[in-house]
Design a protein around this ligand. Sequence first.
Ligand code: PLP
Length: 439
Amino acid sequence: TDTAYLQGADAPASAALLERAREVIPGGVNSPVRAFRSVGGTPRFMVRGQGPWMWDADGTRYVDLVCSWGPMILGHADPDVLRAVIEAASSGFSFGTPTEREVLLAEELVRRIGPLDRVRLVSSGTEATMSAIRLARGFTGRSVVVKFAGCYHGHVDALLASAGSGVATFGLPDSPGVPASAAGETIVLPYNDVPAVEAVFAERGQQIAAVITEAAAGNMGVVPPAPGFTDALRRITSAHGALLISDEVMTGFRCSSTGWLGLEGIPAGGAPDLFTFGKVMGGGFPAAAFGGRADVMAMLAPEGPVYQAGTLSGNPVAAAAGLTTLQKCTDEVYARLAAVSDTLTAAVEESFTRHGIPHRIQRAGSMFSVFFREGEVVNYDDARDQHFERFGRFFHAMLRRGVHLPPSSFEAWFLSAAHDDEAVEHTVQAIAESAAEIA
Ligand code: PLP
């Protein structure tokens, strides 16, 4: 039948693996979005990747537009990164002592990101934001954190709150297990809404440790900050002695050779106090970072009293992968990403328009996403107002044609510099046919 694919008929080996996985792993996956819940059907179990392609357990080949949700900016199994990883691993996997490779990676980060005086390496974006929040609280002696609805900063208790929009609400936990006390220290505001930030600071400015924001939002689809929004966050936080934390876990080294910072520039009034990075800087291995102002970072143990640590932090294999990836992220890489983004967005525009499918494409440098609605998307309310069912049908139409999109319409389409003409043409063709199918 039409929808047999939703039962896994088209991917029997993946379906069998999912059944086995469910016996030992909740939902059969180690990160919920991988389960395809919002689009239905069987998540594909991958066995191999090379450049822009990946192959699943049934031997089906896909153009990969997930790219591990961002990290694989050079494509799969890049030969130079592979060599660096083998070389590092050949000398031992982990020591729990300092090693030179982590110094090299930290130096590369500090060299690229002007306002980064000091940086601490961790193993995931979640750890980076969690630690940045702790540090901001330790530095300011305050407890309240402001975040924006639709911005995802990992599964940190205090940052899983995103309830409420349009008004300044106190955060309600999005997940059982997050105590009301943790979420209660979080204020959730609508993205791109300066008056809401001003109002909350006028009332509680003395209690607010930090504002954390995605440098350019990518977790509600791509929603760049409106002109002046980042400047306003800088002005308001500075005026009240709160820190500004720019989360560049997704945008860092992807939007541009630095991240969103490189496109928008340093805000009027000064750079954010702290930054978080992850994804690309780990080259597909667990490496992430937080860093910023020297006086703030000096509060961190062992220099200061704010504790933070990690058995595998600065792991030499991950550091080698991240360093080599960053070294290979040249101007040509970003030019290629921009060119492929141009081609794919033009293809969506053309095919969707031809078939009367309402759509809106938004970009932040080399990152873009497609909303299944018309009209500008400036915040989470807008992003949630789209045609999800139609996205699900489009997703599966693309998958059947060998193109693996992120299984959620709240995600960017992640590209790599290895997406060559063959992969791009394959994708353009799939877009045209899939648009016709779902019209
Ligand atoms: N911050 C942002 C902006 C992210 O996009 C993500 C992950 O998607 C995170 C933090 C959390 O990173 P991780 O999944 O490595 O914990």
